[in-house]
Design a protein around this ligand. Structure first.
Ligand code: GDP
Ligand code: IMO
Ligand code: MG
Length: 430
């Protein structure tokens, strides 16, 4: 099994960026297959911090090909800004090492305007989106209205599609009581940016097919996490794409059997940013401790993340639905110094114990976690690079989680730094 897909197993921000960067030394091609610049993936390499949103996390390594796949949604202005900012950090970006799918849909200014208007209209039921226009851009894709990267070559197609799109969306904006937008303005902005995007446009499914045939290793990089999946997550408090492994195939343009080993990135506790059910949330000193120790502030929006105990029910569900074969457990070090650690092993709903998260939003809001309490550790696990360096109680915690989720921990991360990573089984060699 030569390829690996990395997906989040909770509500995002599990440390996917760090793990993808680490694994990319073993890969030839890294491809993003869903989501957009709502993602924020942080890499720390010898103290230097890179914050990536749409660029694949393999981009900082030389000699790798990075692909932004057809399953993503691309805001061309945000992408150009991100490219400029990583270039300023010394990363080389050329049409040789960065390829953008010709069939990826674009996020336009109208989509962020609609995102904001829809959120405002939801009032106290707002999702707490990142405001990046992700939902409306995916709606347009499914409604067959999108402008795609390949359209940028043809101004007349851009004009025509924009007029149709804005006829539809201005009616919506009027309904929301928001200001209408002009197709001509968006057209002009697109004509200004297209020369910065088109050189990177490529037939990415073909590049991937050739790479796979040649025995090259492909690393699929997911964004968000299974509990934010539009089908399987805490709907409607989700993002507008799928995270499950099947999406790696459709969103990159490869056959399902090319996806290979699915690695679920899993935080040693739980966080979520934005609104929606979060059974193990600790809106108290424990949550405060986790947030401060884990620096739990959003990479994209800077919002404070909600924090809570590890939820084995949600992760078990993510493992089954996502096709996860092994887990990379991150941020174990954040638990250093806690006397006791709680883990949610089941839920209670209307006096009954259940072992899954039901789909109904009423039930999701009502489930109560059933906790087991285990002993914490006073020693430090931060920066550990081998099992032998870990406190005995921390090893026990990892083993306990493995048992609860019925899936091996194949990688362990003990700090934001690239090399503070312990490998148990190489996912490319499984
Ligand atoms: P992603 O969206 O899944 O890529 O995760 P983010 O980058 O949004 O958030 C994870 C945060 O935790 C980042 O600031 C990482 O630098 C940091 N991080 C990753 N792994 C570890 C770890 O093992 N320990 C600690 N303390 N921080 C980590
Ligand atoms: P990474 O890849 C955490 C959340 C938002 C909001 C919901 C919908 O860094 O793990 P959207 O803007 O996508 O329509 O917002 O999804 N969300 C994330 N939460 N990590 C992310 O990405 C997220 N991307 C979106 O906070 O609750
Ligand atoms: Mg993130």
């Amino acid at each position: 099994m030569a390829n690996v897909a990395v997906i989040g197993s909770q509500w995002g921000d599990e440390g996917k960026g760090k793990i993808v960067d680490w694994l990319s030394s073993r890969a030839d091609v890294v491809v993003r297959f869903q989501g957009g610049h709502n993602a924020g993936h942080t890499l720390v390499i010898d103290g230097k911090v890179y914050k990536l949103h749409l660029l694949p996390s393999g981009i900082v390594r030389q000699g790798k090909i990075s692909i932004i796949g057809n399953g993503t949604v691309i805001d061309p202005w945000a992408l150009v800004k991100e490219m400029d900012s990583v270039r300023a950090q010394g990363v080389e970006l050329t049409p040789e090492n960065l390829k953008i799918a010709e069939n990826a849909p674009l996020i336009l200014p109208i989509h962020s305007a609609l995102d904001a208007a829809a959120e405002a209209a939801r009032g106290n039921r707002a999702i707490g989106t990142t405001g990046r226009g992700i939902g409306p851009a995916y709606e347009d894709k499914i409604a067959r209205r999108s402008l795609r990267v390949c359209d940028l070559e043809y101004p007349e197609v851009v004009q025509q599609k924009l007029e149709r799109m804005m006829f539809h969306h201005n009616a919506l904006l009027r309904g929301f009581g928001a200001e209408e937008m002009s197709a001509d303005d968006i057209f002009d902005q697109l004509m200004d940016v297209r020369d910065k995007i088109l050189p990177y446009m490529a037939v990415t499914w073909k590049i991937l097919a050739d790479a796979h045939k040649a025995g090259k290793r492909i690393l699929f990089e997911g964004a968000q996490g299974m509990m934010l999946d539009v089908d399987h997550g805490t709907y409607p408090y989700v993002t507008s794409s799928n995270m499950a492994a099947g999406q790696a195939a459709t969103g990159a343009g490869v056959a399902p059997d090319a996806v290979g080993y699915v690695l679920g990135i899993t935080k040693a506790y739980t966080t979520r940013v934005g609104a929606g059910p979060f059974p193990t949330e600790q809106d108290n000193d424990v949550g405060q401790f986790l947030g401060e120790r884990g620096h739990e502030f959003g990479t994209t929006t800077g919002r404070k993340r909600r924090c809570g105990w590890f939820d084995a029910v949600a992760v078990r569900q993510a493992i089954k639905l996502g096709g996860i074969k092994g887990v990379a457990l991150t941020k174990l070090d954040v638990l250093d110094g806690l006397d006791e650690i709680k883990v949610c092993t089941a839920y209670e709903l209307d006096g009954e114990v259940i072992d899954y998260l039901p789909a109904s939003q009423v039930k999701q809001a009502a489930v109560k976690p059933v906790y087991e309490t285990i002993k914490g550790w006073s020693e430090t696990s931060a920066g550990a690079r081998s099992w032998a360096e870990l406190p005995a109680a921390a090893v026990k915690y990892v083993k306990y989680i493995e048992e609860l989720i019925g899936t091996p921990v194949t990688l362990l991360s003990t700090s934001p730094e690239r090399d503070d990573t312990i490998l148990m089984h190489d996912p490319f060699e499984v």
